[in-house]
Design a protein around this ligand. Structure first.
Ligand code: G1P
Ligand code: ZN
Length: 544
């Protein structure tokens, strides 16, 4: 193999956030920018010589070019085998599965998840480790440290690889395999869910479906699973063709960005079930006729009903949720008498618990739900879980949710995001919250008395590591909470996320609009952080 060593300029901003390194496409296209970061990752890893690396992305602009670069840098650095999704495509959960299934050393996933794509959009790259999950913080810190001193990278000189044809070839001693992006993942889904029940429920017309792939990665997966395997009509899928710019969509499945689906689900023509996924296929939005299921409730409901699903028939070891996710799943865990863990925001914190077999299901309020089957959150898995539940319980989504609230009470929940806040203002807000946590406890504001106020610090019980500064929590005597944190995935200014929740045990009061039910807490949140006053914004940018 002919390897070139390229002298490069050092970049100082390659600090991975909540989920990999995400920047504007124009930043990634700077000379040697991607090359440097890939080399920094490989320099920080050990003992991968001769082993396999999985490569794939969500198909956004720059995906193919990036893959060709990665192939050559991986070959030059000594990987023995490269496993690549056809056309360069792999959803995040499928990549996680493929790393595990083929015993690869790790994988590079090219995605900026739900951030918009295209020439003026975002690009991203994240490294996943041998268990199929996102690299832990100690690794991502090492990548950043290495990137700050990197002076050259190594790249093999051979022609571009054809990414479109399935098959194996050996190039200068490196085995390069282009695999079907969907087949392995579909087989995994079949091993978890009752596909014959699903097929019968769909083909008999008992269950009708609308799935919005938002012109991103899940289109081909949804087509194969819902249409080819389960017999749904093709018109059950919307935006199923992955496009480099995601068709101009903001592929974040929530009521705002997936409003076409939401409008349909609240109309008279609504099918039984509606769902959407995000850019790289790890998020899910679940809807039924006339109802949107909040991700926090969805996690709780999946946990409460897990034994109805073949793959979880033996019950759950435990569950976990990210800190800002509502406490609905905690109530289910208590009833099932299983542990419930609270982790910082970001999927990487679930990996150890899953590997140690402490938990079976986990999730985040940010439309992410998953289980032991892979080490990433998984959008289509959540959709299939819900479909299996509807088919098995022969109840509508609305009835399932309302029955759940009757049994456990409702954790009324909402998240308010203030996007593109000037970084200095965001820092000011954070420091003022840091000061207030000393004085807030025991103070009373209307119906709410502060029980505790702290900055969340996580101690990983498996590897003993500590992750500090994970957001401010204000908890009240009646179990309500307000959480404040800054996003670690944005690319423009800072995004302040405010998470608000209140428990409502009385089933006569369950059908309230969360914005009204939470009004007092929303006001208190502003009183504590004064984001509106400081920024001049009158409303949150996004409410979920
Ligand atoms: C956001 C979500 C978080 C999720 C991450 C990656 O991160 O809040 O739950 O794990 O995207 O999908 P944030 O921007 O809040 O740091
Ligand atoms: Zn995603």
């Amino acid at each position: 193999m002919h390897i070139k060593t390229i002298l490069t300029q050092t970049y100082h901003d390659q600090n991975p956030g909540t989920s990999g390194l995400r920047k504007k496409v124009s930043v990634f296209k700077q000379v040697n920018y991607l090359e440097n970061f890939v080399q920094a990752i490989f320099d920080s890893l050990e003992n991968y010589q001769g082993k396999a690396l999985v490569i794939g992305g969500d198909g956004r602009h720059f995906n193919r070019e990036a893959i060709q670069i990665i192939i050559k840098i991986a070959a030059a650095n000594g990987f023995g085998e490269l496993i690549i999704g056809q056309n360069g495509l792999l959803s995040t959960p499928a990549a996680s599965h493929i790393i595990r299934k083929y015993g690869a050393f790790g994988g590079l996933i090219l995605s900026a998840s739900h951030n918009p794509a295209g020439e003026h959009g975002d690009f991203g790259i994240k490294y996943n480790v041998t268990n199929g999950g996102p690299a832990p913080e100690k690794d991502t810190l090492a990548f950043f440290e290495r990137s700050k001193t990197l002076e050259h990278y190594q790249i093999a000189e051979f022609p571009d690889i054809n990414l479109d044809t399935i098959g194996t070839q050996t190039v200068d001693g490196v085995k390069i395999t282009i695999i079907d992006s969907v087949a392995d993942y579909a087989e995994l889904m079949q091993s978890i869910f009752d596909f014959s029940l699903l097929k019968q429920s769909i083909q008999s017309g008992y269950m009708t479906l609308a799935f919005d792939a938002m012109s991103a990665i899940t289109g081909p997966y949804a087509k194969y699973i819902f249409v080819d395997m389960l017999g749904a009509p093709l018109n059950a899928l919307q935006n199923a063709q992955p496009l480099e710019d995601f068709g101009g969509h903001h592929p974040d499945p929530n009521l705002i960005y997936a409003h076409e689906l939401a409008d349909l689900m609240f109309s008279d023509d609504a099918p039984t079930f509606g769902a959407a996924s995000d850019g790289d296929g790890d998020r899910n939005m679940i809807m039924g006729k006339g109802i949107f299921v909040t991700p926090s409730d969805s996690l709780a409901i999946l946990a409460a009903n897990a034994t109805l699903i073949p793959g979880y028939a033996n019950g759950l070891k435990g569950v976990a949720r990210s800190m800002p996710t509502s406490q609905a799943v905690d109530r289910v865990a208590k009833k099932l008498n299983i542990p419930c863990y609270e982790t910082p925001t970001g999927w990487k914190f679930f990996g150890n618990l899953l590997d140690a077999d402490k938990i079976t299901l986990c999730g985040e309020e940010s439309f992410g739900t998953g289980s032991q089957h892979v080490r990433e959150k998984d959008g289509l898995w959540a959709v299939l879980f819900w479909l299996n539940l509807v088919a098995r319980r022969r109840q509508s989504v609305l009835d399932i949710v309302e029955e759940h609230w009757q049994t456990y009470g409702r954790d009324i929940y909402s998240r308010h995001d203030y996007e593109a806040v000037e970084s200095s203002i965001a820092q000011e807000i954070m420091s003022s919250l840091r000061e207030q946590i000393q004085t807030l406890p025991h103070q009373t504001f209307g119906d709410y008395t502060v029980k505790y106020a702290d900055e969340f610090c996580y101690h990983d019980s498996i590897d003993g590591s500590t992750s500090a500064n994970q957001g401010f929590r204000v908890g009240f005597e009646n179990g309500s909470r307000i959480v404040f944190r800054l996003s670690g995935t944005g690319t423009v200014g800072a995004t302040l996320r405010i998470y608000i929740e209140r428990f409502e045990p009385d089933s006569n009061k369950h059908n309230q609009d969360p914005q009204i039910a939470l009004a007092q807490l929303i006001e208190l949140a502003e009183q504590f952080c004064r984001v509106k006053e400081r920024t001049g914004l009158t409303e949150p940018t996004v409410i979920t």
